[in-house]
Design a protein around this ligand. Structure first.
Ligand code: GCU
Length: 423
């Protein structure tokens, strides 16, 4: 026993003090920020956030173009028929969780229509997407805008949003897109608040749509069934089901967009539902677009400990063992191929590892090329504030923080214009 430990034991016995945690038995708490202002956190595994590029290198990514049996994927058909389903299944089983068969049915009701919204520039509707058959069950209120002067079905931007929030809560700056610009470019725009589908909180599996899918006596989903990211992604598909019925919208040209945890959700929704024509993941970070094997900023350990409800329970086993994951984010992006994917990050948001998101876009390139599409066009991080929008994989590294900046919106709309041809 070390002298200090002996002293505590003696004190405990003599004075009746409770046994104290000895300072030298636990590592000192890391500072909350490094000199550059990046968050520094110690995960329960003991891992401390790293922002040193030299320490982040040295990982090996799984090859998206090698089948589980070791054979190389050499043509588009083998990718589509065999490799893509393999990767999708791995993501369902181990990472985000599958949609259970008992998932509720969704029904739609157009609750309000304003034919002269935005001073006549738009037709606005509120659609209630109800999950399950109870009138007081979860329901998403979708607000849909269509340019009033549209003469045929329009492509649309579907925005997974944190708001609208109760007026008592401050809005996040990225909360609504540049609506007038989006409409004048010839797109429709729709959004809904993600927590109307499923709460974003620890132990929330007993409410929202996840609770509706529990079998009698079951208190939480199975280890390979949905966490909340899958539930939100699934809801985006139910909104797309509605959009397919709305004659003002061309549902074959819907771009799905989300920021941060909703950027993770947008990527997974794009992987699950090939009807989404394009995905924009803003600052999606760990378990979104950034490579999990790269030890930079937030890690698997942080997500597993701080946001366990986002993921399937099975995901927990990768805490401290990232290289044992059968997938990484370049494969999540590749699940969207050949459909276009646009990814952004910010200089003041190193927690989300913008460089790691860029490298994942690079890593998805071989799959896009195999399918006859143009990749990012470079393997070197582009200069700041210089969007890459000419291929089917796009990237923008903005000067600024954890947000969708006005420049991101411009670059995204330019990228979308190329692929969704609003006019
Ligand atoms: C936290 C979390 C991120 C997430 C972000 C957000 O910062 O660590 O993974 O993307 O919240 O959703 O805003």
């Amino acid at each position: 026993m070390k002298p200090a430990a002996r002293l505590v034991t003696i004190l405990t016995i003599v004075v009746g003090l409770p046994p104290l945690a000895l300072p030298q038995q636990t590592a000192p708490a890391p500072p909350r920020q490094d000199a550059a202002g990046n968050p520094v956190r110690r995960a329960p595994t003991g891992h401390v956030s790293n922002y040193d590029e030299a320490k982040a290198a040295g990982y090996t990514l799984p090859d998206p173009l090698v089948l589980a049996n070791g054979q190389r994927v050499r043509d588009a058909k083998t990718w589509t028929d065999r490799r893509r389903p393999e990767i999708l299944e791995l993501y369902k089983t181990h990472i985000y969780g599958r949609v259970p068969e008992r998932a509720p049915k969704a029904s739609f009701e157009v609750a309000e229509t304003d034919a002269a919204a935005m001073e006549g520039a738009a037709i606005r509707k509120r659609i209630v997407v109800r999950f399950g058959d109870k009138p007081d069950g979860p329901a998403a209120n979708v607000t849909l805008y269509v340019p009033a002067k549209a003469t045929r079905p329009v492509p649309l931007v579907l925005h997974l949003m944190f708001g609208p929030r109760p007026s008592s809560e401050p809005a996040r700056p990225m909360e609504t897109g540049p609506l007038a610009d989006i409409l004048s470019r010839g797109y429709g725009y729709a959004h809904f608040r993600y927590t109307e589908v499923q709460p974003d909180a620890r132990d929330s599996g007993g409410s929202g749509v996840i609770a509706l899918a529990l079998a009698p006596g079951q208190t939480k989903p199975e280890p390979d069934e949905w966490g909340s990211i899958t539930a939100w992604a699934w809801a985006a598909s139910r909104v797309l089901d509605y959009l397919e019925t709305d004659r003002a919208v061309d549902a074959r040209r819907v771009a799905l967009l989300g920021h941060s945890r909703l950027g993770k959700t947008a990527l997974w929704a794009g992987a699950l539902d090939p009807r989404f024509a394009l995905v924009f993941a803003s600052c999606s970070g760990e378990m979104g677009a950034s490579l999990a094997r790269r030890d930079y900023g937030e890690t698997v350990d942080d997500v597993a400990a701080n946001f366990p409800w986002w993921m399937a329970e099975n995901f927990q086993k990768f805490s401290g063992r990232w290289s044992d994951m059968p997938v990484d984010s370049h494969m999540l992006i590749a699940l969207c191929a050949p459909r276009p994917v646009f990814v952004t990050g910010g200089t003041q948001d190193q927690w989300a590892d913008p460089h790691g998101m860029f490298l994942a876009q690079v890593g998805a390139g071989p799959v896009y090329r195999l399918l006859g599409k143009k990749d990012l066009g470079t393997t070197t991080l582009p200069p700041l504030d210089t969007p890459l929008t000419s291929g089917s994989l796009g990237f923008h590294y903005h000067t600024g923080g954890h947000t969708i900046s006005p420049a991101d919106w411009n670059a995204f709309l330019e990228f979308a214009d190329r692929h969704l041809k609003p006019r």
